[in-house]
Design a protein around this ligand. Structure first.
Ligand SMILES: [Zn+2]
Length: 292
């Protein structure tokens, strides 16, 4: 983990999930997200101690395990408050909701690992609780009520609203809960004018225009691919299998629920856009193109 200063009061820690830091004064700081797990939390605390800082608060951009993994250990050690919004509050306080939601029922043991199940932490609503110098804005789509943060140094923390070209080239499908909202969020990102943008899993960058287009194009490509797969009626399991084959992905329990949930979100999106519909036959649900 490497601490990088990017503004008068704004820092971030370079990490698989980037961690934002905002200085309220010489000593007190706010963190933006806490990384993958307890170990990430421990490393963050070490950096904070070295700087002689004091964690006053944590902003949780959204409740995925790789963003709240260090919440509990940091909250236990420092007594800090954790701020987020809406449904993200529920998942952060009751992380079992993430693996249950992804699977769509009681989660079996292999999807209750730290990658999909974080430790619980106590949460406060962010509304009217942000210190001066920090603003939050909605970034819906990737998860239910994800937010981003703008600091007084004109630096934007963009959570998982953008994925890197490496991720997109290698995995193609990045997690999406609501495809339509994700596309709306990309439109919103086009309007931002900041000094620096820090998505959680992308290198900090001054210009996000190309990345927005790349994410947008990939979403449209996947939508069209799933639509094409449904040129003959198919069950969800068959659609998922064909998506994995097309993109050369390797199936396992984690991918089954993460990509599976995302493909279901695309199916809902295509149904709401009046491109796909479904029928039940022999007690199976088949997705198909609307006019065929
Ligand atoms: Zn993430």
């Amino acid at each position: 983990m490497e601490l990088i200063k990017v503004g008068e009061k704004t820092y971030y820690i370079k990490n698989p999930t980037n961690i934002g830091i905002y200085l309220l004064n010489d000593k007190d700081i706010f963190l933006i997200d806490t990384g993958n797990d307890k170990e990430a939390g421990r490393k963050i605390l070490k950096i904070v101690d070295e700087q002689d800082w004091n964690v006053k608060g944590i902003i949780t951009t959204h409740s995925n395990a790789d963003h709240i993994g260090g919440n509990k250990i940091i909250q236990d050690r420092t007594g800090c408050s954790i701020y987020t919004v809406g449904i993200e509050k529920c998942f952060t306080e009751y992380p079992i909701l993430e693996s249950s939601f992804l699977y769509g029922g009681y989660p079996f043991k292999d999807i209750k690992t730290k990658f999909l199940l974080a430790k619980e932490s106590k949460v406060t609503d962010i509304e009217n609780n942000l210190p001066e110098g920090l603003e939050y804005f909605k970034l819906k789509g990737h998860f239910f009520d994800m937010i981003g943060i703008k600091t007084s140094d004109d630096i934007y923390f963009l959570a998982d609203s953008l994925f890197s070209s490496e991720t997109i080239t290698k995995y193609h499908l990045f997690f999406i809960y609501d495809v339509k909202e994700y596309l709306n969020t990309l439109e919103f990102l086009k309007t931002l004018n900041g000094k620096l943008f820090i998505p959680s899993h992308v290198e900090a960058t001054e210009n996000i225009t190309d990345l927005i287009i790349l994410n947008e194009n990939k979403i449209n490509e996947i939508s069209n691919k799933i639509y094409e797969i449904c040129s003959t009626p198919k069950t969800f399991e068959t659609i998922l299998k064909e998506v994995f084959e097309y993109y050369n992905l390797v199936m396992n329990a984690g991918q089954y629920v993460l990509v599976g949930s995302t493909v279901k979100s695309y199916l809902s999106y295509l149904a709401d856009e009046n491109r796909l519909t479904y029928e039940f036959e022999n007690n199976q649900m088949f997705w198909k193109q609307k006019d065929n």
